[in-house]
Write a protein that binds this ligand. Structure first.
Ligand code: HEC
Ligand code: HEC
Length: 287
């Protein structure tokens, strides 16, 4: 009886792992989780409302490609990295677009000898959908147009802000923090129920404006990694953080564009975390 049972379990697993193409199907999980995340958040936005790559026949850099790069490439390719290119910069991405196409499409399909991008099995490579890859390929094939930045999401109410913010969250933040907001152990801290996030709104806003490197303790767990700064306007940052604060069991706060604007005027390191006796005694680890 026993050997048969074990065989029943192991044989299909071996087949699953041996057949490489099957593993590609794992890539649909982030999409499914994203849909689940919407439901969990109790949001009114349906999955079909999320921007889909395949829907746009003439993608442009500012409208379609840069948001993907923010989520899926920027941990390694950002304005502060010195040995790899910064794909958040149009000119850089445009100049190397054919190599971007080869790494994202040809290598991924096994038709180019250099390593596929994003690096295989990184959270980013698992989050990047086939539709995203195809859109980047189309963008390169059509000449790498710059396009216009998307109109800033001017929200008239908190509900609208949350709705607009969800789109940004899905296209940018979810690649790292995951559609569930739970993060990835040892790599990306959770936003869901994050004590760090909920304790200090101004600190969270500045973190998104400037990015953050170094040690951070979230819900008692240490992380030490790099979140890049994103080219996002005041409205976008207000919307996305309001979405995050009103999802995943967080504190329900609203962030306004005026607040973001005021904090942007401050230098990176002057925000003092909400004082607590312990923090007042020792220099803060965030600044
Ligand atoms: C986890 C880190 C990481 C992520 C995420 C990542 N890359 Fe890379 N990338 C690297 C490293 C390291 C190199 C240099 C080594 C190499 O060329 O393979 C590189 C090299 C490249 C190159 C070759 C540049 C050249 O001309 O030699 C391209 C193109 C590229 N990446 C595109 C991307 C794109 C587009 C994304 C997002 C969709 C991405 N990468 C995500 C780490 C990363
Ligand atoms: C490329 C991956 C990546 C993306 C995309 C990303 N983050 Fe992060 N984020 C991180 C990392 C890594 C840290 C921890 C940085 C450190 O170790 O100092 C972090 C930390 C945070 C924190 C503070 C810690 C916590 O868990 O509460 C907040 C808040 C946050 N990110 C919000 C966002 C928002 C909002 C977005 C989308 C606009 C976003 N992040 C996009 C990687 C990312």
């Amino acid at each position: 009886m026993k050997p048969l049972l074990i065989n029943q379990i192991i044989a299909p697993m071996k087949t699953f792992l041996a057949l490489n193409p099957f593993r590609r199907s794992l890539r649909i999980w982030p999409t499914i989780l994203a849909a689940g995340g919407c439901l969990l958040a109790g949001s009114t936005v349906m999955a079909e409302d999320a921007p889909t790559a395949a829907a746009n026949p003439r993608p442009t850099y500012l409208g379609d490609i840069q948001p993907i790069f923010m989520g899926s490439c920027s941990r390694c390719h950002n304005q502060e990295t010195r040995f790899v290119y910064n794909w958040l910069d149009y000119k850089t991405a445009y100049a190397d677009r054919w190599e971007i196409r080869r790494r994202l499409w040809d290598s991924y399909k096994g038709r180019y000898y250099k390593e596929p991008m994003p690096i295989v099995n990184s959270p980013e490579s698992l989050a990047l959908t086939d539709a995203d890859r195809e859109m980047i390929k189309t963008w390169v094939d059509q000449g790498g147009a710059r396009g216009e930045p998307p109109a800033p999401g001017a929200a008239k109410s908190k509900a609208e802000r949350i709705k607009l913010g969800q789109r940004l969250f899905t296209s940018i933040c979810a690649a790292c923090h995951q559609p569930t907001g739970r993060g990835v152990p040892n790599v990306f801290p959770p936003l869901a129920g994050s004590d760090f996030l909920n304790a200090d709104k101004a600190r969270a806003v500045k973190l998104v404006i400037y990015g953050r490197q170094g040690e951070v303790v979230v819900n008692g767990t240490k992380f030490n990694n790099n979140m890049p700064a994103f080219p996002l306007g005041d409205q976008d940052i207000a919307n996305v953080l309001t979405y995050v604060y009103n999802s995943f069991g967080n504190a329900g706060l609203e962030v306004t564009p005026d607040e973001v604007k005021a904090l942007r005027a401050q230098p990176r390191d002057t925000v003092t975390p909400t004082p607590s006796p312990a923090k007042a005694a020792a220099p803060s680890a965030f600044e």
